[in-house]
Design a protein around this ligand. Sequence first.
Ligand code: FAD
Ligand code: DHB
Length: 390
Amino acid sequence: MRTQVAIIGAGPAGLLLSHLLAADGVESVVLETRSEEYVASRIRAGILEQSSVDLLREVGLGERLDREADPHRGIYLQWPHERHHLDFVDLVGRQVFVYGQTEVQKDLVTAAHARGQQVVYEVSDTALHDLETDRPSVTFTDQDGQEHRLEADVVVGCDGSFGPSRSAIPDGVRQSWERTYDYSWFGILADVPPSTDELIYAWHDDGFALHSMRSSTVSRFYLQVPNGTDVADWSDDRIWDALAVRLGHGLDGWSLATGPITDRSVLPMRSFVQQPMRHGRLFLAGDAAHIVPPTGAKGLNLAVADVALLAPALTALLKGDHAPADAYSDTALRRVWRCTHFSWWMTTMLHTGTDPFDRQLQLSQLRWVATSEAGAAGLAENYAGLRIGF
Ligand code: FAD
Ligand code: DHB
């Protein structure tokens, strides 16, 4: 098999990259270990930045999004007895959109089918070869046990945090940074209309809580829990009680509506950056190169920003202009580090530990962010998203 760009991973980064390349007349083949249905039903991100939405619209992926996404002007920041609204539109002239990653993925899959994109699902033994030459390749086994070699001009690793691409960059070349956290998120999805018009990020002595949503009938919640928490230890009553306490049930007459829980999972948190994001003819994009803790809602948006930068760079490279591809890693990493800092900052400001001094610092920081225009604008600019190419 031969193509121009071999893409490993059919998550949002991989499928969006194939879409952008196709619009530029560049051919690609996407390889994916999971099934199409599995990838499309993974419950993950829920918030799109303005710049991600602008890009999806520009490339013809905005139709359902414009019909179904819920634009939000901002978020609520909360701590016991106080809830403050930050209006991003007033602060920085940008907004965010509630549109689940599952929906973005469905739109990408529909577009891939419509253009006859070759996506090979349920592959195994993916391995990368000859990345330092002009004829790199990827070998894999298909679901019938047949071995294949996909030759390409360029290989792009969009294979998330557990794929093989990241470690295909040699040890002496790659550098990485990692931060782990003492807590995880317990995430639930519930068939209940949201009890809020916009997301609530709540600091609480018992731990952080987040009230998010997917639609007018489906709510998404997260609770800070210790690492190693077993979902089986949390009954529905325990979940709703913890959410009610942390989200301020009773605060100024506010109440939390409850409903049937349809999904529950525990998500560990990590910050990770690997550089460079390019080595020879291998390029990395999305979670393959960087992971952020979810508190700033940045992971999916970073994946979109990477491929928005990478697609034109690869198109130019294939026409003989190497400059944009040579600049890709450094340019992408500027945004990656900004989002890595923002996600770490949101996470450490909102999750409670045992140190009473830290708690006072967090509360002081929250009060400043929520009540000073300069503080609020800093959060708003980062949350609503930096321009593509920042
Ligand atoms: P992935 O989505 O991980 O896709 C990688 C793909 O590669 C997968 O389909 C995988 O199966 C495939 N793959 C792996 N190994 C191989 C192999 N050997 N061969 C072939 N294919 C392979 N981000 C936000 O922006 N906003 C949010 O609100 C937000 N909330 C989140 C909430 C949760 C609970 C979680 C878990 C994440 C959240 N994120 C959020 C992060 C976001 O989901 C990820 O950053 C995003 O999925 C990254 O996309 P990706 O395409 O780079 O990687
Ligand atoms: C969601 C996830 C996030 O990490 C976040 O900061 C906001 C919303 C969500 O899944 O809805």
